[in-house]
Every structure is written in C-alpha cells, then in structure tokens.
Design a protein around this ligand. Structure first.
Ligand SMILES: C[S@@+](CC[C@H](N)C(=O)[O-])C[C@H]1O[C@@H](n2cnc3c(N)ncnc32)[C@H](O)[C@@H]1O
Length: 327
C-alpha cells in the first residue's frame, strides 16, 4: 500500500471535530523574513526574465500563510497596493511587524537572494542569486524605501484587518469570491497554494477576472502528495475512497490536480503562458498503479513534482492575432 498507515490513521481521526482543529495550525515558511524575501525576489526576477512588467500597482497574494511577509517585500519593492487573501487567518500583527523590520534591513543591504543552501526545498530555482539590481535599481530603492513610504506601510500593517481600510495593505481571511473588483489587479501571486483549492476551475476564472489587461499570474505549485504516501506521487495511485479516508477532514488537503490541469485551465481562461518551469523527478509509481481518475496522466505529469507558472492576460490588440495592429 502506498498510503502511509500513520497518515491514514490521522485522516480518519480528523472526522472528530476537535482533532480536525489540530490540523494545519501553522503553514511553515513565511515566519522567516529571509524566506519571504527569497520568495518575492524569485517571483520578481522571473517576471523580468519572462519579459513581463516588474512595476506593479496592485498585487493580490493567495495563501500568504503565517505572515504577510511576501507581500511586504513586494510593497518595499514599489508595489502600491497589496491584498492578501487566505482561507484561514494565520498572520498576526506582531509577526508582520517583526518580518517587516527584518525585510527593510535586507532591502537596505541589497542582500543576495537566499539560495538552495539555506532553503533547499524552495522553488523556483534562479540562475543567479545576486540581488536583482536590474529590477530594483538603487534609484528605485531610494524611492520605495523612503521613510514616509515605509511609515505608511507600517501604519497599514496596524490596520491590515480592516477590509474598509484604503491604505496600501488589506488582509482578508477567510475570503470569498467577489472580494476583488474585476479588472483592477496587475499581479496575482501564490507560493505553494494552488495544490489545495478544490474548485480550481472557478478559482482560475476568478483570478483572470481580477486581472487588468496586461496583468499577470505568478504561481509556484507543488504536485507532491504532501507526505501522505510513501512515494512522492503515490496520491495518484489512491482510489477516491482511500484518498478521502487518508486526507480526511484536514484543513488543507491536496486537490491532486497535475501540472497539465493547471496549464489547461490557464489556456481556457484565455491567458498566455509566459513561463512554465517544471521540476522533474522520477515517478515513484508505475502506470499500472494509477487510480482510474489519473489513468490519463501523461509521462510528463507523472514526473512533474512542482512547477513555476507565469501567465499574462493579453491586451486586446495582442490577443487579436495582429489584426488590429495591421489594420
Ligand atoms: C503551504 S501554505 C503556504 C503559505 C505561504 N505561501 C508560504 O509560502 O509559506 C498554503 C496556504 O494556502 C492557503 N490556502 C489554501 N487554499 C486557499 C485558497 N483557496 N485561497 C487562498 N489561500 C488558500 C492556506 O490557508 C495556507 O495559508
């Protein structure tokens, strides 16, 4: 059996409400300012490498987790409005303020991006971990780290819980569809989140609606079984019944969608994939072990353990295949 007996036991135990509440108490990474700095600068560096805009008005982050540090790094890089959406309210003011102060120090020092030695599991990898001076020049940092601006962000952290607050930062958790005005967002970002939402199709439609023309999605997605099975991709061998028992009523459970499902949904919403970097790993299971729902998986899906995907909502003249431009 590919499911770990301990995971199955926990999954069954989560049907007792008091035990369910003990799952997903913390999310991990974003309690560290260096982790947040590294994640934000990786997304920013790859925007630049993909030829996408790095000057961003409004950023929405899905699933910030234990702190809003990734978005605070974005604000310190010049983003004007940051909206954090989570299904659970994990981040608190004290942690956000601590991370914010630590991030200021990192940006002022133009510290290199923390690499694989410090965060071996963090994706996506970069070609260079030097501070991305092309995207964040000294002149730009002088503006983005100006004391008035920093104090305005600090004040916004104090008021982040108020959905009516019109400052640079809003934190909405739990969030519901319809919270973001359509056509107002430049960048929707997430790190290790999109493997969870059960209604991926609805979520991609919603994200596409939020984007203004030229707006971008930037998502790092983990396709592994998140430790519930012996093999990294053993979840694709579990029948629906076995998976429901094993994942149980954990607060966060994998939707088990493979890489190709994300690409198909992005393309169906009419966005153009600008970057698709897959981390490839030998499959831990054979094709004959695949559960019925996953028999269609390609060899590429079966060996893609994570991916970093950026996609852009083309402006009308770009999407019309040159007809307007040539007219
Ligand atoms: C593995 S944690 C990642 C946290 C953080 N991004 C990081 O890099 O450490 C997954 C996060 O996604 C959130 N999440 C799951 N489904 C979500 C959804 N539909 N919308 C927004 N956040 C979601 C969880 O509550 C959690 O905060």
């Amino acid at each position: 059996m590919t499911v770990k007996p301990y995971s199955l036991m926990i999954g069954i135990a989560t049907h007792i409400p008091v035990l369910r509440r003990l799952t997903g108490l913390k999310t991990g990474g974003t309690v560290s300012s260096r982790y947040c700095y590294s994640v934000w600068l990786r997304h920013l560096s790859l925007l630049r490498r993909s030829g996408l805009p790095t000057t961003i008005g409004t950023l929405v982050e899905l699933g910030p987790g234990d702190s809003l540090g990734i978005g605070l790094g974005a604000l310190l890089s010049g983003v004007e409005h940051y909206i954090a959406l989570d299904v659970v309210r994990y981040a608190d003011k004290a942690t956000n303020l601590r991370i914010f102060d630590e991030l200021i120090t990192l940006f002022e020092a133009r510290a290199p991006v923390p690499d694989d030695t410090e965060f071996p599991l963090l994706r996506p990898p970069l070609e260079s971990y030097e501070f991305p001076a092309e995207a964040l020049s000294p002149a730009r940092l002088q503006v983005t780290l100006h004391s008035n601006r920093v104090e305005a962000i600090r004040a916004a952290i104090e008021h982040a819980d108020e959905t009516t607050h019109r400052g640079p930062l809003v934190y909405i958790a739990p969030w519901k569809p319809g919270v973001i005005e359509p056509g107002t967002v430049d960048l929707v970002l997430s790190q290790s989140v999109l493997q969870y939402p059960p209604d991926l199709e609805g979520l991609y439609c919603e994200m596409c609606d939020w984007l203004r023309p030229g707006g971008v999605l930037s998502h790092e997605i983990d396709f592994k079984s998140l430790g519930l099975t012996v093999e990294w991709n053993g979840h694709w061998s579990c029948s629906e019944v076995l998976w429901q028992l094993t994942a149980g009523r954990r607060r966060h459970k994998s939707n088990r969608e493979p890489h190709s499902a994300h690409i198909a949904l992005i393309e169906r919403t009419g966005l153009r994939v600008a970057c698709d970097e897959r981390v490839v790993r030998p499959s831990g299971i054979t094709r004959t072990q695949l559960a019925r729902r996953f028999r269609h998986l390609s060899d590429q899906d079966l060996t893609t353990s994570s991916a970093f995907i950026q996609a852009v909502k083309e402006r009308a003249h770009e999407a019309s295949d040159g007809q307007i431009m040539s007219g």
